[in-house]
Design a protein around this ligand. Structure first.
Ligand SMILES: [Mg+2]
Length: 350
């Protein structure tokens, strides 16, 4: 019988999000593909250091102890544009770090993200901006792991996941109103009038739903064993505030999706909240917000909707993930374009 994916949470991760490939990438840029290939062979047993998404992935996989090993709740699959040979070091590092990842796609220079749908993934994480945008263009849920300086503090295997709401969990309808001629007043009126009309789903709605599935299993376990403390906690951190908060709450209810916490910030800096909340990963559709959160959480850009339609600085790099095709310009993996887009750093509501 084939290994079924549709009854678990499946995440795709590029090596650029899982590991810090700064050194490999610098070598590739300086020496070219052939030398890079030899370099990776020579360093095959050198452990790659954790990257932006490492801690999130490790903790997510840790939840697999909720079910038997042959039927895990979480499946993480490596999606890489490396070829199988240069990918060996990545797989060795995965093993040495003790991550239970056994499945991987190495598609030399091609687009592994085309397989996101076939693999039932509700999230794909990469440090390569071009790949993330291409995956999004195909309608797949993809996030760009931004440079992050947060440090993971050990604490009993908890996993805290935080989401922005508009343009991430929900679509960008409200953001479009806000950015229209009427600005914030039109946004507030619109959202108040539509308070009981659920928004359309955004790119990470299914991922949130999958997390809820794990929470259901945790709750069942807690009922069997009152001493069990649920480890997965989900938070919404949004710039919506009253009265526009109601539509967000109603939308989640209508979908049958839940969050443990909701922060309706009305423009308060999200970084200040994340400093206390300490999520292991945070998703937002606006670069400007992630600039302030990157010190406190692995921060992931969901390049979706109107917030990402304004002219952006072109990606300054591809990366090792793109090296097999020797795409022009490479740079450290996981290091997304750092320059904030002026249009995005202005006052943003949702
Ligand atoms: Mg947003």
């Amino acid at each position: 019988m084939p290994y079924e994916l549709n009854n678990r949470l499946v995440v795709g991760v590029a090596s650029s999000a899982l590991f810090d490939l700064t050194e490999s990438d610098a070598f590739f840029r300086a020496e070219g593909e052939q030398a890079y290939r030899e370099y990776q062979e020579e360093h095959i047993d050198d452990l790659l250091a954790p990257g932006v998404a490492f801690s999130f992935i490790r903790r997510l996989l840790g939840l697999n102890d909720l079910r038997k090993t042959s039927d895990p709740l979480v499946e993480v699959i490596v999606l890489s544009k490396n070829d199988p040979s240069t990918g060996l070091r990545v797989m060795r590092s995965i093993q040495t770090h003790g991550l239970s990842i056994s499945r991987a796609l190495f598609t030399q220079g091609q687009s592994p993200y085309e397989y996101i749908g076939a693999l039932d993934m509700s999230l794909f994480l990469s440090g390569n901006e071009e790949d993330v945008k291409a995956a999004m263009a195909l309608g797949f849920p993809a996030g760009l792991a931004m440079t992050s300086t947060s440090v993971d503090e050990e604490d009993e295997g908890a996993l805290r996941v935080a989401f922005d709401f508009d343009g991430v969990v929900a679509d960008d309808e409200a953001e479009r109103i806000y950015r229209g001629e009427g600005g914030i007043d039109a946004f507030r009126d619109h959202e108040a009038a539509k308070r009981s009309v659920p928004l359309e789903r955004g790119p990470l709605r299914e991922f949130l739903k999958d997390l809820n599935l794990i929470q259901t299993v945790e709750e069942e376990k807690r009922q069997e064993d009152p001493g069990y403390k649920p480890r997965l906690r989900v938070s919404i951190v949004t710039a919506r505030d009253a009265p526009s908060h109601e539509r967000a709450v109603r939308t989640l209810e209508e979908w049958g999706v839940t969050a443990n916490d909701a922060f309706f910030l009305g423009g308060i800096d999200k970084g200040a909240i994340l400093k206390v909340l300490k999520p292991h990963i945070f998703f937002d559709d606006q670069r400007g917000h992630l600039e302030s959160t990157a010190a406190y959480a692995a921060s992931v850009l969901i390049p979706y909707g109107v917030a990402n339609e304004s002219p952006q600085a072109e990606p300054q790099q591809s990366s090792v993930e793109g090296n097999a095709t020797a795409e022009s310009g490479t740079a450290p993996e996981g290091a997304a374009t750092k320059e904030p887009n002026a249009a995005n750093v202005e006052e943003e509501v949702v």
